[in-house]
Design a protein around this ligand. Structure first.
Ligand SMILES: NC(=O)C1=CN([C@@H]2O[C@H](COP(=O)(O)OP(=O)(O)OC[C@H]3O[C@@H](n4cnc5c(N)ncnc54)[C@H](OP(=O)(O)O)[C@@H]3O)[C@@H](O)[C@H]2O)C=CC1
Ligand SMILES: CC(=O)[C@@H](O)[C@H](O)COP(=O)(O)O
Ligand SMILES: [Mn+2]
Length: 379
């Protein structure tokens, strides 16, 4: 039985994790739920899943929850609250799905407490990959990818040796503006940007997908998860999001993982690994015409992806700055403060001001993250 804490339970991944839990009450039990502001959704989740411990953003929200939920539920708040949810002694699996680098601390705490991690929160690995992976090694903790591309690679690697891998190919949908030129991008709105062609996801990742920063973050995520060099990580535009990624081996054989775009598949795989159990999702229908298209990714069209490769290769604190500046710029775009194309150009401006530290400690990463956020708010 998996005794699960979900960090980010009110989000897109969090709610789909609870869908999976609902389908298999014999396999999964919810121990803890951590959210931020959506206390009403959390309250419904508490009523249905009866966790032992929950957390929200503030004391005020925690008090509101306490007034409305059974008295035996521990209700906490803030980063400390999320960490307590992550390390609860009755939990043995943490689904890390807070958005952004706010997920870093609770995920690190879960690793230190020896919990198996299902990792959706890619920003954690982008901002502090070496710290997270070293800690997982130190505590003998397994990190199972939830991000669809990384889950695909993880599935394609089963029974294989990572030293046999020539390269991996991450597939990219191209996002909501894939049919627009850079010139067209000057006019786009927030509403248009939030209309992803294939996936229904949270706002931040949907904007990241439109700039293709999402693929850039995923390149860095793949580097840490699978120990691959950046030369071994390629991307290909694949409009259908049916092939979730591919692994090419030294003999040039390619192994791919396919399926309809449904995040419950990689979420459930992370939860049941190495087993597979049933899931109510429409399978691919081969009785109909099915076309799978591939195009090379144009780095001039998607400069955020180029920037992410550069920061990944540079290492040290560069990915930390990239991630923090991106989080702020996406927020500013969503608030209507800056136009779409400024997301990339302003991130570049912040990166240009940064003097890299090569092997940063966690403290240094937190300092640099805050510096980049301040800079990004001002440029
Ligand atoms: N959605 C998807 O299909 C995929 C997502 N991912 C990754 O998974 C992560 C989550 O994405 P997604 O579910 O789309 O995001 P959402 O915006 O839908 O959800 C984010 C969740 O994080 C919570 N949260 C935000 N800040 C904090 C905080 N400081 N402390 C505790 N909880 C917090 C939110 O709480 P509240 O709602 O209460 O404010 C919400 O539950 C991201 O890293 C994303 O890149 C990866 C692959 C696919
Ligand atoms: C579902 C998932 O894993 C997302 O990260 C998805 O990959 C976004 O799609 P694109 O970034 O390819 O548009
Ligand atoms: Mn993905």
């Amino acid at each position: 039985m998996k005794h699960i804490s979900i960090l980010g339970s009110t989000g897109s991944i969090g709610k789909q994790t609870l869908d999976v839990v609902r389908e298999h009450p014999d396999l999964f039990r919810v121990v803890g739920l951590a959210a931020s502001n959506n206390w009403e959704e959390l309250l419904e989740q508490i009523r249905e899943h009866k966790p032992l411990i929950v957390s929200v953003a503030t004391k005020e929200l925690a008090d509101r929850i306490k007034l409305n939920c059974p008295s035996d539920v521990t209700v906490l708040y803030g980063q400390e609250g999320a960490c307590e949810v992550a390390i609860h002694p009755e939990c043995n699996f943490v689904l890390s799905a807070i958005v952004g680098s706010a997920g870093l601390f609770p995920t690190l705490q879960a690793i230190e407490a020896g919990k198996t991690i299902g990792l959706a929160n890619k920003e954690t690995l982008v901002t502090a990959g070496h710290i997270v992976m070293d800690k997982a090694k130190e505590h003998n903790v397994t990190i199972i990818p939830v991000d669809s591309e990384h889950s695909a690679i993880f599935q394609c690697l089963q029974g294989e040796d990572v030293t046999s891998v020539k390269r991996v190919i991450l597939t990219a949908s191209g996002g909501s503006f894939r049919d627009l030129s850079r010139d067209d991008l000057k006019q786009v709105t927030v509403e248009q940007a939030l209309n992803h062609p294939n996936w229904k996801m949270g706002e931040k990742i949907t904007i990241d997908s439109a700039t293709m920063m999402n693929k850039g973050l995923e390149v860095i995520e793949a580097h840490w998860l699978f120990g691959l060099t950046f030369e071994q990580i390629d991307c290909a535009l694949h409009r259908e999001s049916i092939i979730h990624s591919l692994v090419e081996y030294h003999d040039s054989a390619l192994i791919a993982q396919l399926g309809t775009p449904d995040m419950r598949v990689p979420i459930q795989y992370a939860l049941t690994f190495p087993k597979r159990v049933t899931l109510q999702t429409p399978p691919l229908d081969f009785s109909k015409l099915l076309s799978l298209q591939f195009e090379p990714v144009d780095f001039e069209r998607y400069p955020a992806l180029k920037l992410a490769y550069e920061c990944g290769r540079a290492g040290g604190t560069m990915p930390t700055v990239l991630n923090a500046a991106n989080e702020i710029m996406v927020e500013r775009f969503l608030n209507g403060e800056i136009p779409f194309l400024d997301i990339e150009s302003r991130i570049e401006a912040v990166l240009a001001k940064h003097v890299k530290s090569a092997q940063p400690s966690l403290e240094e990463i937190l300092t640099v993250d805050q510096w980049a956020r301040n800079e990004a708010s001002g440029v």
